[in-house]
Design a protein around this ligand. Sequence first.
Ligand code: MHF
Ligand SMILES: O=c1ccn([C@H]2C[C@H](O)[C@@H](COP(=O)(O)O)O2)c(=O)[nH]1
Length: 274
Amino acid sequence: MKQYLDLIKHIQENGVQKGDRTGTGTKSVFGYQMRFDLSEGFPMVTTKKLHLKSIIHELLWFLKGETNIEYLKEHNVKIWDAWADENGDLGPVYGHQWRNWNSEEIDQISELIETLKNNPNSRRMLVSAWNPSVLPDTSVSFSENVANNKAALPPCHAFFQFYVAEGKLSCQLYQRSADVFLGVPFNIASYALLVLMIAQVVGLEPGEFIHTFGDAHIYNNHFEQIALQLSRDPKPLPKMILNPEIKNIFDFKYEDFTLVDYDPHPLIKGKVSV
Ligand SMILES: Nc1nc(=O)c2c([nH]1)NC[C@@H]1CN(c3ccc(C(=O)N[C@@H](CCC(=O)O)C(=O)O)cc3)CN21
Ligand SMILES: O=c1ccn([C@H]2C[C@H](O)[C@@H](COP(=O)(O)O)O2)c(=O)[nH]1
């Protein structure tokens, strides 16, 4: 996937050393954009194997409005374990803000679907996970923040906008902070999948996914993994097939997704900075 490899090269060439909250340190740039035409295939990184199961379950979990890792655990998805408290809670993170913004019963996803169906020319089709009233106090632990009804981590994929033209649905995401080795391949596939799902339920063709970044960084302990990916030849993109029967965004289940022709290079392990 050329766009991802170009991002890596851009950071290698233009990034600066920058300290960060986790203490690992990063090579970082500020401001970057990638575009994916979803008619060209499903944008899964091919220079390492991605665990699609985690990506699908995480997205279904967001759409349910859930913020406890119990659902993820039931499906053996561990990507959020490090931030949850002893009860599995993460505080009012993505799912909460998407479906019940600021605990005011504002269901941004349902409203988005309604607008896409009834007023697709709207320039107001945004979903915001960013809610300044629940940002954590970084001087206390994740679990203390959760106990205080704050989010364990502020959202990284902070807000996104939809756009309809010529029968095609596009989405642009603003990601304020991006772990280019671990998080970004997940984020691209997750939003691409969300566009395919929404396009199907509102009767549009998938258009583009536009991924805009704030602080895009490679952690200092991921340099080898990143170099290994650059040494590999990217493979053709796979295709994602959705069960065409599903007409309500909240009805999708794991079994409704089939990825075909995904032939990635082998998995590359890397430590996640907490
Ligand atoms: N430092 C950091 N990077 C992130 O990408 C990230 C966070 N923190 N905190 C919140 C979420 C959790 N996310 C994560 C966390 C772990 C993996 C990870 O370990 N991925 C491995 C294993 C995948 C699996 O078990 O399914 C990978 O090889 O992609 C990916 C995304 C994305 N976010
Ligand atoms: O979906 C996600 C979630 C998180 N990340 C990364 C970006 C950063 O490396 C960390 C979050 O740390 P902050 O200090 O809050 O920025 O997680 C990601 O890439 N994608």
